[in-house]
Design a protein around this ligand. Structure first.
Ligand SMILES: Cc1cc2nc3c(=O)[nH]c(=O)nc-3n(C[C@H](O)[C@H](O)[C@H](O)COP(=O)(O)OP(=O)(O)OC[C@H]3O[C@@H](n4cnc5c(N)ncnc54)[C@H](O)[C@@H]3O)c2cc1C
Length: 425
């Protein structure tokens, strides 16, 4: 699928994209459509990072930051419970503390307002951008526009659900409060004990997030994009562009796009001189291959804090946040824990036969906004830090990057780039 290079002559391109996750490949498609000669470099085959195993939820309703002040109260539990929904590795605590400090700082009212406005602007454009992109590659069926539901099961959670409903409506998120009967009618396999939920009509789910990457790679290749499997180890600005150094190759390009997800900080520092406070919120999934037809849409549990998404290959249980950095091995017990968490949510228990666990690195900045920007006199483009929303925001990010790199008339309006600038750090 990708080619390895041995020659010492540099590969030349208009734009070199580092990272073949959903962000990098969506950008490759849009940039090549605007006539740019594009090379994508990834140390792995495309789509094997976070974009491989996410929950597939087009989560346009998620307009609030990744955490609120209650994280302080939860910190002791995070440290004590290795299988809880939120986990902080003791050994990682010193590395994580400055990031947590910034996260808390970003919850001040003015900064919180900026985050919500920035997330809203991207999320409100995300469904349209995905519809355009999938239609343009003749694959509209990869996205099921079925909505999604946040369910609750304890009577005492009703107050929290109603408060959330109010906040979401205040921010113009399309949402309906469903009583238990409406939930039962739409998703009859769910347990009778569920009290109801919030239905989000302008959301949806992808039937196979990895396949979305692969389909985009095919389209990109067909329009001349070159894929190289190499690890980028550094880079230098040149008067007319950028040189990238990879394990066994050099790439000379007029522009480089850094789209390495959670691994983007190092190259950003090398090229721009700026240290971004990028960390990873590790997340897990458990894929249940024997579970088909259980749900018509993605269902998130308010109390149990995980999501269940119906996919082409079965039901995917996903979620949990773990702060343990990029180096520590995965604790797959956290993935298996998702099956235990599902118990009681269905009339009949889910089968874990043949299930496969997975862990991936969400790329997260402490103010919950991605960096989507063009710096160094246009030579360096940046598209990373999409935290829990990289799949949701990939298509609109690609339109923004293509427009920044090759300005031209657009048939529709795009969000302004200001909230996503590198200079905010
Ligand atoms: C459990 C879980 C559930 C999620 N659920 C959802 C969801 O439902 N909806 C949603 O919108 N988002 C979800 N996300 C978030 C989403 O998956 C990510 O935000 C998104 O995949 C990030 O895409 P990316 O292209 O930036 O990064 P990645 O997919 O991680 O790609 C980065 C690529 O860069 C490459 N790379 C890194 N360093 C180098 C280097 N030095 N040289 C060459 N290549 C390099 C990597 O190999 C990788 O392929 C979830 C994430 C997780 C973990």
């Amino acid at each position: 699928m990708t080619e390895a290079l041995s020659s010492s002559a540099p590969v030349e391109a208009d734009v070199a994209i580092v990272g073949a996750g959903i962000i990098g490949v969506a950008c490759a498609v849009q940039l090549s459509r605007r006539g740019r000669r594009v090379v994508v470099i990834d140390r792995q085959p495309p789509g094997r990072g976070a974009s491989f195993g996410n929950a597939g939820h087009l989560a346009t309703e998620q307009v609030f930051p990744i955490a609120d002040l209650s994280i302080l109260k939860r910190l002791p539990a995070m440290l004590m419970d290795p299988l809880g929904p939120l986990r902080l590795d003791w050994n990682y605590l010193p590395r994580a503390l400055p990031w947590f400090g910034r996260l808390l700082w970003s919850l001040r009212p003015a900064s919180l307002q900026r985050t919500v406005a920035g997330l809203r602007a991207l999320n409100e454009s995300s469904l349209g951008a995905w519809q355009r992109l999938l239609r343009s590659i003749d694959q509209p069926g990869l996205l099921q526009e079925a909505g999604s539901v946040l369910v609750f099961e304890r009577a005492e959670s009703r107050q929290a659900i109603e408060a959330l409903l109010g906040r979401l409506r205040q921010h113009a998120v399309a949402v309906d409060l469903w009583p238990a009967a409406a939930l039962r009618e739409a998703a009859p396999q769910l347990s009778d004990t569920l009290q109801g939920g919030l239905f989000f009509p302008l959301t949806g789910h992808f039937l196979d997030p990895y396949r979305v990457v692969l389909e985009l790679v095919q389209v990109a290749k067909a329009s001349g994009v070159q894929f190289i499997q190499q690890r980028v180890t550094g880079g230098h600005l040149q008067p007319q562009g950028v040189t990238l150094v990879a394990d066994q190759a050099r790439v000379a390009a007029r522009q480089v796009l850094i789209a390495c997800g959670a691994h983007s900080a190092e190259l950003t520092a090398a090229l721009t001189g700026k240290r971004v406070p990028l960390d990873t919120e590790r997340g897990y999934h458990l894929m249940l291959p024997r579970e088909h037809g259980r749900l018509p849409f993605a269902v998130t549990s308010l109390e149990r804090k995980f999501i269940m998404t119906p996919m082409a290959d079965g039901l995917r249980l996903a979620g949990t946040v773990e702060f343990a950095g990029l180096q520590r091995p995965a604790n797959m017990q956290r993935a298996w824990q998702l099956h235990r968490l599902s118990q009681g949510l269905f009339r009949e228990a889910l089968s874990a036969e043949g299930a496969t666990p997975w862990m991936g690195f969400r790329p997260s900045l402490p103010d919950s906004l991605p960096i989507i920007d063009q710096v160094c006199e246009g030579r360096v483009l940046l598209a990373f830090g999409h935290q829990h929303l990289g799949l949701t925001q990939a298509a609109i990010t690609a339109e923004l990057i293509a427009q920044a790199a090759c300005p031209g008339a657009m048939p529709h309006s795009l969000p302004a780039l200001d909230p996503y600038q590198l200079a905010r750090f």
